[in-house]
Design a protein around this ligand. Sequence first.
Ligand code: SF4
Length: 222
Amino acid sequence: MGKYTCHLSKEAIAPCTFNRPGIENCPMRIAPEILEKAKKIYEEVDEIKEITKNASIVEATGYIKWPRLKDTIEFAKLQGYKKLGIAFCVGLMNETKKVVEILERYDFDVTSICCKTGGLLKTEVGVPKEYEIKSKTGYMIGSVTCNPVAQALLLNDAGTEMNIICGLCVGHDITFTKYSEAPVTTLIAKDRMTQHAPSSILFTHYGNSFFSEDLQGRKTKK
Ligand code: SF4
């Protein structure tokens, strides 16, 4: 079990929502100095203060009515960003075209970079041979690696003020975020099985049956 376990909150609505501490290992009980440190960052780092404030304004303005793309647009407008970057997966080329078309109609200057830019071979970045060309599930995936470092460096070169992830693979999104100079938000979280809706499997029969098979033989943790 992790040091903090907010998900085990006994109440339906977490007490911190009402500025009260909850369970025994609640960070509000055992780590007040870290929470104080976080508070200072909001006070002292203007960029973080502004981003946090504007995210909350967007939340309150479009709650339940706006799709995430509209949230992204309104957030970027509040931040005063004009130049946006898109780091996209080659498998989401059509979705990215549509996203760019919409962003441009809102007058953003959009630069996009495909994940396969550079044509680097998977073997050049240490991918074992048996994990290139064809996936274990039978699909042609080719020998060229995704190149999230180049995606970030190219968007840095273009001077984008905020970068948007459209379907980068798990892991490649981490690398991209690490090397991007501009702040990064995810519009589409890649999930090939669920049409990019990762939470959709959590409370469904299909999700349950997948994980009960995948977890066979493992003990249930208390
Ligand atoms: S009350 Fe404390 S333990 Fe519960 S969710 Fe909030 S921060 Fe986490």
